[in-house]
Design a protein around this ligand. Sequence first.
Ligand code: SF4
Ligand code: SF4
Length: 380
Amino acid sequence: MGRTSRERVLLAFEKAELDALISALWDLGYTVIGPTVRDGAVVYDEVEGAQALPIGVVDDQEAGAYRLGQWDRETYFAYTVGPHTWKRYLFPPEERLWRARRDEGSAWQVVSEDQGPVRYAFLGVRGCELAAIGVQDRVFLHGPFSDSRYRARREAAFIVAVNCTRPGRTCFCASLGTGPRARGPYDVALTELDDLFLVDVATEAGARVMASLSSRPATRAEIEEAERRLEEAGRHVGRALEVSDLHDVLAGQPEHPRWEEIAERCLACANCTLVCPTCFCFTVEDVTDLAGREAARVRRWDSCFVLEFTYTAGRPIRRSIMSRYRQWLTHKLAWWVDQFGVLGCVGCGRCITWCPVGIDLTAEVSALRASPGAREANDG
Ligand code: SF4
Ligand code: SF4
């Protein structure tokens, strides 16, 4: 059950208590997923204690570039966001839906795959990522069909949000109202200061977890310092996306020459869709073993950049890279609003950072906006 803002008092706890927070979540039966460094990137994985977190790690991001660095401060959440998103836990990249087996001379037996939901606690969810979970909720929970697997994981999840105090150069959350402040829904939200965390406890579940920690009410000076850092963070969000008129700019120019110019650079590698926290397309495959004794139905992430994605009646519909990029961007920023009532983008910047050729959707939208000649030609 949520708590009203009138009941909410910001608490403070020392950084040494972060370990106790993680232990409390494990003790309550959650599998704690948080940030950790692997292969030169901040990724999400199981974390058993605060030592697994990216202590003193900062990142530097640009279009097609990502580098980690180290500073001499004891920070746990000074990185921005990496290539992983929380969707890999709520909507896994690959999932067996059911399997069946038969023994010599017997009929097929369907074997249940229902293991019960894993109870995840997500540690370090940023404002843009909360918004992305909200977008996927609309797709998997509130559309014409509800996905029972997604629902089970989502309803069991405990969310520790973190307000961003160091946004990256590819972020544009401020333009979309999704960050750098975490706006919910979350159970608790942390703001990292020099020696302590401020905590906004939003739910009864959050209060239960906080009860096992040594905390105290935050002082006025601490609250003002947190506000100052968040306001400063808002001024350092690296990019911007003008959203007025966006639907018409995207949907109204299908023949704009800019689409062909992008296609000359785009590799159709699908990276942008795989790192995107809102993209939800999947395919379903039936597989068997060579002996014909086992069969399974598997769901896997798919991407609109893959040629086979639109394979219908003997051929792909979107054969050119131009048509696939155009589909992706217009779906994100125009058709998604028609379908789900929100943009399909939350401004996390991942598709810009992890595009191997540095294609930047904010720059592409600006280019589509800035050439009225093309719009007139299209009108004609
Ligand atoms: S489209 Fe790009 S910036 Fe927008 S949510 Fe997806 S990855 Fe993030
Ligand atoms: S826009 Fe970039 S990341 Fe996306 S498919 Fe093209 S080359 Fe790959």
